[in-house]
Design a protein around this ligand. Structure first.
Ligand SMILES: Cc1ncc(COP(=O)(O)O)c(C=O)c1O
Length: 390
């Protein structure tokens, strides 16, 4: 029988894979053929999930915690999250506003699904985390990417939002610290952005997924500014639980019933064993492990940042968080994808081209992730140095 091309919906063709996936596949193929590759493209901690969390996960399975939880999450975990806001930030959160989701991804999708109608617009910084645009695309909304650079710490400031907020704009979505730049918005800047969103009768969504991974500075939650901000977080990065698929949102009270309905329909619930395991994520012995890992990330940043500057990459502002450095490579190329491919083939170093994060000067930027050991990072920098000399 003749085979037809799949009759895909336009959204399924509009949503493109990340360029880094092709590089990652190539890196794996090179490794399979015996080449050594230094991985500086991977956006997740290299550390295993902390042992107390694993033990809690095992115990949950042994106890038969394998059925659905309520769509908004296990009540004990929602309470533990609310309590965490109190202990970490001194903010009181009503537990009913905490919604546990399959990763921050689930929370971002829920927020976008709840807030954005067809043709409506969301403001985001360019460069920025690429999936957000695709969530907006999925619900037939539009993303307005706002070009940002070192002058605004690669963040969407209230001034930008004021300039770009149009009739169809319903929300601004920011991340602090951000991917791919590791840059942060201060409390004052977040406050100004919130004021602007209120003035324009829109909503502010703040992705705090890299909270906990800040160096020499503590991030303040946007919830200390207002209860009307949608705050997203996750167990993936600071808590080192990427594969468990668990995150959360703290939503303004009036939105919770709608978010509950959406969560019921989209996910039924976040993974149950992961939710039980995450109860151990806030225990003091886990915090001690996570804080020592934070220190390891800081050391890596403090090595990699000057080392990359030294060999000619421009990184104008010191990123204060996450585990990424977003570097201007225009001294070497105006084709960051080609540069990344060549670096992989010739030097065995995998990095992420800027084109995965937006359009603005994307061809002149690459992202380095320090999600590998200091030793590997040293090797990687040396390989890049040799590559640039050749
Ligand atoms: C800024 C940002 N938000 C959200 C996510 C999604 O993370 P997860 O769904 O694992 O919580 C990521 C993952 O890299 C990210 O960088």
């Amino acid at each position: 029988m003749e085979r037809h091309a799949p009759r895909l919906a336009k959204r399924a063709t509009d949503i493109q894979p990340f360029h880094v996936m092709a590089l990652l596949a190539r890196a794996r193929a090179l490794e399979a053929s015996g080449r050594s590759i230094v991985h500086m493209e991977i956006g997740e901690p290299d550390f295993e999930t902390a042992e107390p969390i694993i033990a809690a996960g095992r115990a949950a399975l042994a106890a038969g915690h394998t059925h659905y939880t309520p769509a908004v999450g296990l009540s004990q975990l929602r309470e533990a999250i609310a309590d965490y806001y109190h202990r970490r930030y001194g903010v009181n959160i009503d537990v009913d506003r905490v919604i546990v989701t399959p990763g921050a991804s689930g929370a971002l999708l829920l927020a976008v699904a709840a807030l954005v109608d067809r043709g409506q617009e969301v403001l985001m910084a360019d460069p920025g985390y690429p999936c957000n645009r695709n969530f907006v695309r999925l619900v037939e909304g539009r993303t307005r990417l706002v070009a940002t650079d070192a002058a605004s710490n690669y963040q969407l400031y209230a001034e930008h939002a004021a300039d770009h907020w149009g009739d169809a704009t319903v929300a601004a979505l920011v991340a602090s610290p951000a991917n791919p730049t590791g840059s942060m918005l201060s409390h004052v800047q977040l406050g100004a952005l919130y004021e602007l969103a209120v003035q324009r009768r829109g909503t502010l969504i703040v992705d705090e997924i890299y909270h906990g991974l800040t160096y020499g500075i503590e991030a303040d939650t946007a919830l200390s500014i207002s209860d009307d901000i949608f705050v997203i977080n996750s167990f993936s990065k600071y808590f080192g639980m990427t594969g468990w698929r668990l995150g959360w949102m703290v939503a303004p009270r009036d939105y919770v019933p709608a978010l509950d309905r959406l969560a019921q329909n989209l996910f039924l619930a976040a993974p149950t064993p992961a939710q039980w395991a995450a109860l151990a994520a806030f225990a003091p012995e886990t915090t001690a492990i996570l804080e020592s890992r934070r220190e390891a990330f800081r050391e890596r940043r403090d090595f990699l940042l000057p080392a990359l500057r030294d060999i000619g990459f421009a990184i104008p502002v010191t990123p204060q968080g996450a585990f990424y450095l977003y570097a201007d490579c225009s001294r070497f190329t105006d084709d960051s994808f080609g540069f990344s491919r060549e670096l992989l083939e010739r030097a065995g170093v995998a990095i992420t081209p800027g084109i995965d994060f937006g359009q603005y000067r994307a061809e002149r930027h690459v992202r380095f992730a320090y999600t590998t050991s200091l030793e590997q990072l040293r090797d990687g920098v040396e390989r890049i140095r040799q590559f640039l000399l050749a």
